[in-house]
Every structure is written in C-alpha cells, then in structure tokens.
Design a protein around this ligand. Sequence first.
Ligand SMILES: [Fe+2]
Length: 279
Amino acid sequence: MLTAMKFITTSLFFGSAAAFSLDMMKAGEYGAGLNRREIVDKTLAILGSAATAIISTPAISNAYSVPDLTYNYEALEPSIDSKTMTIHHDKHHATYVANLNKARDGKSDVPIVDLMADALEAGPAIRNNGGGHYNHAFFWAEMAPPDKAKSTKPSKQLTGLIKKSFGSMDVMKEKFEKQAAPGAVFGSGWVWVCVNRAGNKLEIVGTPNQDNPLMKGVIKDQIMIPILGLDVWEHAYYLKYQNRRTEYVSNWWNVVDWDKVSANCKYAVEKHAGVPMQG
Ligand SMILES: [Fe+2]
C-alpha cells in the first residue's frame, strides 16, 4: 500500500512540476511575470521538494517476505504432499507475512528473529503474525527431500547433547512424538527441540498457536532456543492425514535435514540466540 502511496506522491509532485513548467511556457515567457530562468529555478525547487518527501518517507510495508523453498512443492512426498506444501507455503505463510507487514507499517526494519523476545508485550498482531513468519521460515529450512534427508546426520556436538539430555536419538524422538500428540499440544501449535539458555542441554517443549520458545513468557520464566520444530496445526497435515496426526509426525522424521538441525544447534550453543531466518 505504501508503495502505491509513494507512487501517487511522486506522481503528484513531479506532475505539479511538469504542469507548472508547461503552464508557464504556454503563458509565454513572461506570462506570470517570470522569465525562463525563473521558471526553470521554480520547477527545480518543486522537484527538490518531491525528492525530499520521497527520501523522508519511512521505508517499510514489504519489510518481511516469504522465503523461497529450496526444494519443489512435491519434493517432500510421501511425508508431506504437494498440495499441502503449496497452500501452506503460498497461502498460510504469506498471510502471516502480509499481516506482519501491516502491523509493522511505519516502524523500522528489524530481522524477524529480533521481534521474538518481546512479541507478547508487542501485542497479538506481532505475536501471532511475527511468530507465524518465524516459525514457518524455520520449518521450511530444516526439511529436505527424503533422499537428501537420509544422507544427513546429527553432528558430533548435537549427538553429544542428545545423548546427555535424552540418552539416545530414539528416546528423543519418542518424547518428541509424545509432545506432538493431540493430548499434549491440544488444537494448534508447535513442538520444539531447544537448546537451553545455558547451552548445555536440550529440552522438548510444545507451544500453542504461533508462539515459540524465543518469546519471553511462553515457556515458564525462560527463553529457549529452538533447533528443530514441527508444525502440528491441522493445515500442516489435514489434506493427507486428516485426523491422523501421529502418522504425520512419524513420517515427518524422513524429511528432517539433520545437517541443518546440527547447524542450528551450533549457532544456538555458540551465540545463545535464536537462529536468524531469511525473509
Ligand atoms: Fe503452518
């Protein structure tokens, strides 16, 4: 919308300048008591005002965007079907981004990860749409087509943390699936594997709606740093799995890119901060 406004503003200013020049020229050299030099100077002054107005307009409106997938919509089949991916990425995620841009209109640009900590305080528009943008960008980036995903594996660091925190990968998956079951995250929400604030242990948590563990006030009294997350909103699986959320969750492991999760883990441990997202 702001782009359109800028266009109109620009057109009005430059239109005024052009009209002024034309009128003066039509009126004859001295029609308005101005000579050619004065007409040129006046026109340039109007153009200068236009430039100043455009430069001083707050730059926003399309600050956030839906990041492109690094694979095709059908690439995650059979775990996640092509139609679900298309609607989920192009419609659901795009809506969060559009509403976030609207909510942030006029404010300075900040990376989406930096909006997370105070999202609750910022109010529902930022909490829901900012969370929706961060969570989905995170989700697309941690997945890969099954053939590729199969060739990825947890790093030594991640393997060590999994062992220390859960005993084994199998136990971690079991706990994660339990947290992803409808009884644990009732209705819409997410399940996460997080690095704790101290950076020395992993925890599994569920969050409602589009909340995530980076938001102050969501998980007890602390912030945790997500390294793996699963969307358990019905829009993420209903077309293929209908009410069978458990089946969706267990098939989803086949498209987890453990190289990416390992990179997330490294970032979280080293920086003690949420992993930045594209878009
Ligand atoms: Fe979703």
